[in-house]
Design a binder for this molecule. Sequence first.
Ligand code: SAM
Length: 288
Amino acid sequence: MGLEGTVGSTPPGDLCDPVANYGGRLGKWWFARAENPSHLYAYRQIANFIRASLRGSPALIVDYACGAGHLLTRLSIRFPRSRLMGLDRSALLLERARRRMSRLGDPAVRRIALFQVLLPDFVSRRPGADIAVYSFPNMLPPFGKSGSIWYRRYLGPADVRTAAVLARSSDSDEGHRVEDPERVQADLLLGRLISLNLRGLLKRGGTCFRVEYAKARRHELRRIDLMRVAFEEGSLDMEVNGSISDQWFRVLASSYFRSRVMEDVYQQTHDEQDSGGGGYVITVLRAL
Ligand SMILES: C[S@@+](CC[C@H](N)C(=O)[O-])C[C@H]1O[C@@H](n2cnc3c(N)ncnc32)[C@H](O)[C@@H]1O
């Protein structure tokens, strides 16, 4: 069995452990979704896309919030000389990942390490990975009401100001959902914390592959949505109302795939705007 462990993290503020959700009903729901034909096809397509995007063998690939290892195991087959690391909090899903790995046989299993860890984790050692993969995220914050302590400690006032401005701006609300600015701001800041963590896992010049549910191609996004995406992923390179946020990534490419995986989102939100059509976008980013 590959190297395993629990990475020690001492997050500030009140700890809200999402394992309670992903270890139970939500974890079982996710596993059933991840095993359906649309997802299995998508994992194959994503693994092929990543393989085709890279020359040679990266030394270390990190799968951030790897779940039951559907992508991790496929990547281990496409990169037979690389070491792989899967990070996730859910014991239930990591156990499923372990079972999936055991079918690959010993040599592959020895190259894969799974860590049970609450993310984002700014405490553990930085592995200097060549590749980080972050797919179908549905991250639950590791804090309750103490998000602001995290934002102060790991982000900064410019980020908090920018998130507040972006959460309250819109190009036109016509035909778009009514938003709660506080909620949007919190989501932007959690997303940005995760991107900072992803950057910290990578070496300079490393590559991050983000696979996210989408209803449109990147260039079709409304200006405000594109700015929010760029802010969250750490690729925003412009001033917003006098504040400049640090840039950690540069976008290299973005590809859109139609897929029924988008139904996951509707099953969680029950919002009609999430039903029908859509798919996912793979964004390739260079760590600066
Ligand atoms: C929608 S699943 C995606 C899993 C995987 N990336 C995939 O594509 O199959 C989201 C994963 O994020 C994990 N997760 C959510 N919030 C987390 C947190 N704060 N810390 C660690 N893992 C978390 C869940 O346990 C779950 O495995």
